[in-house]
Ligand binder design. Structure first.
Ligand SMILES: Nc1ncnc2c1ncn2[C@@H]1O[C@H](COP(=O)(O)OP(=O)(O)OP(=O)(O)O)[C@@H](O)[C@H]1O
Ligand SMILES: [Mg+2]
Length: 268
């Protein structure tokens, strides 16, 4: 473990057949830091996250989390991690209440304290009314809220969140941002992936941009602007440049406009 790094990743590689999903990625997440993982669809964000959690086996590279190896010391490591996966909750025939009680019991949490915490989180997220409703019947956003509460329940030091804000309404996004800020104030660390540029800009101390399995930018927004040679640009512009999508997106938009105009002219 280097200095105050909670996560330390070096030259990480994971291939699925011909697909080089993660192809030599290195970064650290320090204590008290929120690191955002950005990248186009299929860039390798979820694969990176699953490797960190020991859910996938790396082809090559080093991962250290709290100085532990995710494959060899998975149980010890997971005690300190709260994880929100990209997929919806799988315990569909349970209610959130059953799920949280189950988590509290396997984590050996004080039942009363855990229930108080759950109630406070659900109230803040406007989801207390779904506490005893079957998870299968909840809306996408409300399922997502339950995943977030489940990840926070054991007060882990490190949160690893794969698109935690996907599907959440504006008020809940605001509440989750606040929860993450408080987590950092308590000395924790966060790694999360997102496609929402404003959220990344607002929340992250540093951002890692991944494209086609490779890290193409890492640092503060100003660092990224320098790396993209785009001083004063928005994160979206910097992102599009570093992922080499800036010219292609303009071309796509132009082509779409042209074909739209042609259709309108033809139908007139
Ligand atoms: N189990 C798998 N088997 C085969 N290919 C996979 C598997 N999981 C991921 N891939 C491939 O690896 C690449 C990276 O996928 P990954 O899910 O990590 O992307 P991502 O950055 O999370 O994308 P998104 O923004 O769409 O969530 C993609 O090409 C994907 O199709
Ligand atoms: Mg993903």
């Amino acid at each position: 473990m280097i200095d105050d790094s909670i996560i330390s990743v070096r030259d990480l590689k994971k291939y699925f057949g011909e697909v080089k999903a993660v192809n030599g990625v290195s970064f650290d997440v320090h204590q008290g830091e929120i690191l955002g993982l950005l990248g186009p669809n299929g860039a390798g964000k979820t694969t990176t996250i699953k490797l960190l959690l020991g859910l996938l086996e790396p082809l090559e590279g080093e991962i250290s989390i709290f100085g532990l190896n995710p494959e060899r010391e998975e149980v010890l490591m997971k005690k300190k991690i709260g994880y929100v996966s990209e997929e919806a909750l799988i315990f569909k025939s349970l209610t959130p209440k059953d799920l949280f009680n189950f988590i509290a019991s396997i984590r050996r949490l004080d039942a009363k304290e855990a229930t108080e915490r759950v109630t406070e989180y659900l109230e803040s997220l406007g989801a207390l009314e779904y506490y005893e409703q079957m998870i299968a019947t909840l809306s996408h956003g409300n399922k997502q809220k339950m995943q977030i509460v489940a990840a926070l329940l054991h007060e882990p030091e490190l949160l690893i969140l794969d698109e935690p804000l996907a599907g959440l309404d504006a008020k809940s996004v605001r509440v989750v941002k606040e929860l993450l800020d408080m987590h950092i104030e308590k000395g924790g660390a966060v790694l999360f992936s997102t496609h929402i540029m404003e959220v990344a800009e607002d929340l992250c101390d540093r951002i890692a941009i991944i494209n086609k399995g490779k890290l193409v930018g890492l640092g503060t927004i100003d660092d990224l602007r320098n790396q993209a040679e785009k001083s004063g640009a928005s994160l979206e512009d910097v992102f599009l440049r570093l992922t080499e999508q800036d010219s292609s997106v303009e071309e796509i938009v132009k082509k779409l406009r042209k074909s739209y105009k042609k259709k309108i002219e033809e139908s007139a």
